[in-house]
Design a protein around this ligand. Structure first.
Ligand code: FES
Length: 122
């Protein structure tokens, strides 16, 4: 169950993103297409804009490949920056100290719902 609405909302079945996995999506926010991804970090869901704060490329050169082998961090495929899955904080690499842009995520029954951020994302 994945869909995008004109209002800038993306939904998917929470069960389709098991612990230690990610899923990508696109939203329409303020007339702009925005690529994002969700992660299930040991049962805690987070959503981020798929844009590295270093030079703005997507993190996943290979589609939906965000996590390090041990699943403990996101890794940017361009220059190897590492990010905490639960905060998006960059812990190592050329953008250390910066962070991924979070997106509002809620649970609606068995569905994950991601919406556009209130503030425009950079
Ligand atoms: S673009 Fe991500 S570390 Fe350089």
């Amino acid at each position: 169950m994945r869909r995008m609405t004109a209002s800038g909302e993306w939904r998917c079945a929470a069960a389709s993103v098991p612990p230690g996995s990610t899923a990508t999506f696109r939203l329409e926010c303020g007339g702009r297409a925005l690529a994002g991804f969700v992660v299930n970090d040991a049962g805690r869901y987070r959503a981020y804009v798929n844009r590295c704060p270093h030079v703005g490329t997507p993190l996943d050169l290979w589609p939906n490949e965000f996590l390090t082998e041990d699943g403990g961090a996101f890794v940017c495929s361009t220059h190897g920056a590492l990010f905490e899955p639960d905060t998006g904080f960059c812990t190592a690499g050329p953008c250390a100290g910066d962070r991924l842009a979070p997106l509002p995520l809620t649970l609606d029954g068995d569905a994950l719902v991601v919406r556009c951020a209130r503030r425009p994302t950079p």
